[in-house]
Design a protein around this ligand. Structure first.
Ligand SMILES: C[S@@+](CC[C@H](N)C(=O)[O-])C[C@H]1O[C@@H](n2cnc3c(N)ncnc32)[C@H](O)[C@@H]1O
Length: 336
């Protein structure tokens, strides 16, 4: 019997897999050198690309040639390059490649070294790239939803915990000019990025950043005066990390209410566990990799049923649960 099923043969024969692996790395390199911004429209000469990217010409030629063969760029009159339709699609979905190649590439390459559990995974993911990749994944979809929801909620102060590079907080503050915002993140890389972004957008007066583990903040925290004012608390793509700590799971929202005593709404987005049968059939972008790396970091991705139950047990009303973006990804609107 042939051990390769028809389904896997279609999507995963070794030749395709090899070239897709290469393609993901080429797409990520395009992003790293800023090529997507340079070669969109109109056509640009290779010499001009080399000048703008600071690339050594021979290596740039090799990278562009691989991109051309794989279909991401078109070449005209030997020396002119333009992004193809497929390349444009890669640019739109770049968050997934920043996440897989940039943030988790080292860990994914070392799965075979890590399988015994003797070696930890710390240092094998790039926190800054996790923040950037997560930020760029379907950010337009999420931000449209957020606008619709926040437009109808009166609030003066908002806090985003696990704020990553701060972009979502920044966009919310730009839309609501008189309001104040706080970003909290445990990662110093993320806080540095958020600081730069907030300064760049001229929001330093209205935005504060706390470099902290949200679980370590309590009523005696030095910034409690600021936290006391928060009426809307957001958290995007990180609640699974907290939910996974068994000893705080039951009391997580009591803790958060202590940190934010005036909170009226929690807006939580996250990617949750996807049934294996669905993943085998549809092979969606993201979910298989998301669950795999989290399993290696000993983080069990919760199911939607577990989230629904936890929110209800915490006395929160699920006003809305809106699917968006990758499979099993939702935005919850929770009223306290
Ligand atoms: C997947 S990233 C998402 C970043 C951002 N929310 C976004 O959607 O673009 C998760 C973020 O949560 C942060 N984080 C994880 N655990 C945290 C904790 N206990 N306290 C504060 N931040 C935490 C990480 O450092 C990381 O920046």
């Amino acid at each position: 019997m042939n051990v390769v099923t028809e389904q896997t043969k279609l999507t995963h024969d070794p030749q395709t897999l090899f070239n897709h692996y290469l393609g993901a790395n080429v797409v990520y390199a395009f992003h790293q050198i800023g090529l997507f911004d340079i070669v969109s429209n109109p056509k640009v000469s290779i010499t001009e690309i080399a000048r703008k990217t600071g690339s050594e010409i021979g290596r740039l030629q090799a990278l562009l040639q691989a991109g051309e063969i794989l279909g991401y760029v078109n070449r005209y009159q030997d020396d002119f390059i333009q992004l193809s339709l497929l390349g444009e699609e890669m640019r739109k979905q770049i968050g997934y490649f920043i996440w897989s190649v940039g943030a988790y590439g080292d860990m994914l390459r070392r799965l075979g070294d890590l399988h015994t559990g003797e070696q930890g995974t710390s240092g094998l993911r790039d926190e800054g790239k996790v923040a950037l990749g997560s930020d760029l994944m379907n950010s337009d979809l999420l931000e449209n939803l957020l606008r619709e929801i926040l437009d109808s909620i009166p609030f003066q102060s908002i806090c985003d915990f696990g704020c990553g590079n701060g972009r979502k907080l920044i966009n919310m503050l730009k839309r609501y000019p008189e309001r104040r915002g706080i970003g909290i993140d445990i990662s110093s890389d993320a806080i540095v990025l958020a600081q730069q972004n907030i300064k760049q957008h001229g929001l330093s007066e209205r935005a504060a950043l706390l470099h902290a583990n949200i679980l370590d903040i309590n009523a005696s925290h030095k910034d409690m005066e600021l936290l006391n004012e928060v009426e809307v608390v957001t958290s995007f793509m990180m609640l699974h990390d907290l939910f996974n700590i068994p000893e705080i799971r039951e009391t997580l929202f009591d803790r958060l209410r202590n940190v934010f005593p005036k909170v009226k709404y929690f807006l939580i987005s996250d990617t949750l566990q996807t049934p294996i049968s669905y993943m085998k059939e549809k092979l969606p972008i993201f979910n298989v990799g998301f669950e795999l790396v989290h399993a290696f970091m000993d983080v069990n991705i919760p199911t939607k049923e577990e989230y629904d139950l936890a929110f209800q047990k915490a006395g929160l009303t699920i006003e809305q649960c809106i699917p968006f973006g990758p499979t099993s990804t939702y935005l919850y609107v929770l009223k306290t």
